[in-house]
Design a protein around this ligand. Sequence first.
Ligand SMILES: [Zn+2]
Ligand SMILES: [Zn+2]
Length: 117
Amino acid sequence: MRLLALLADTERQLSGSEAREHLIRSGKAIHHTTVYRTLEALTAVGLTHAVHGPGATRYGITGEPHHHTVCQECSHVAALASRHLTEAVGRIEELTGLRPDSSGSLLVFGRCSRCGG
Ligand SMILES: [Zn+2]
Ligand SMILES: [Zn+2]
């Protein structure tokens, strides 16, 4: 439940080890196996979802539909609300026939602002 609150609060897509670091910093010691098991269980029931990009698998809360941006440099994953890209996604499908998979989510690769151009 703390994991769920963590992901909901931050709206972030965290790897298991990042989630564990956050919990430890907030004074909750937790074994990494427990973190991963919990994240897997939450994902299995659809409360969270896994993002398989480069690097560690990230987990995010399943709320508002969103795509994911992935930095190829530092593997940072961020959520991007789908409503911002409705037209772009429609255009991509029109031009290439490519559609988001059943999750409705696209992975967009690039370099994040921290890593620069
Ligand atoms: Zn997500
Ligand atoms: Zn980066």
